[in-house]
Design a protein around this ligand. Structure first.
Ligand SMILES: [Zn+2]
Length: 53
């Protein structure tokens, strides 16, 4: 299965189901790693780097 947090493959024994109570009413369960995992880099510009000169 795929982790909904880091989008990496994980084995069933590594997974943990978490219930998300969304304010919009579209709540549900997600499968994430039991241990904390890193989120995917969705904002690569969060750490601006000086361009090489
Ligand atoms: Zn994960």
């Amino acid at each position: 299965m795929i982790c909904d947090r880091c989008e990496q493959l994980m084995r069933p024994d590594e997974a943990e189901q978490i219930y998300i109570d969304a304010a919009s009413g579209a709540g549900g369960t997600v499968n994430v790693h039991r241990m904390l995992c890193a989120r995917p880099r969705t904002h690569p510009q969060s750490h601006p780097q000086h361009p090489a000169r």
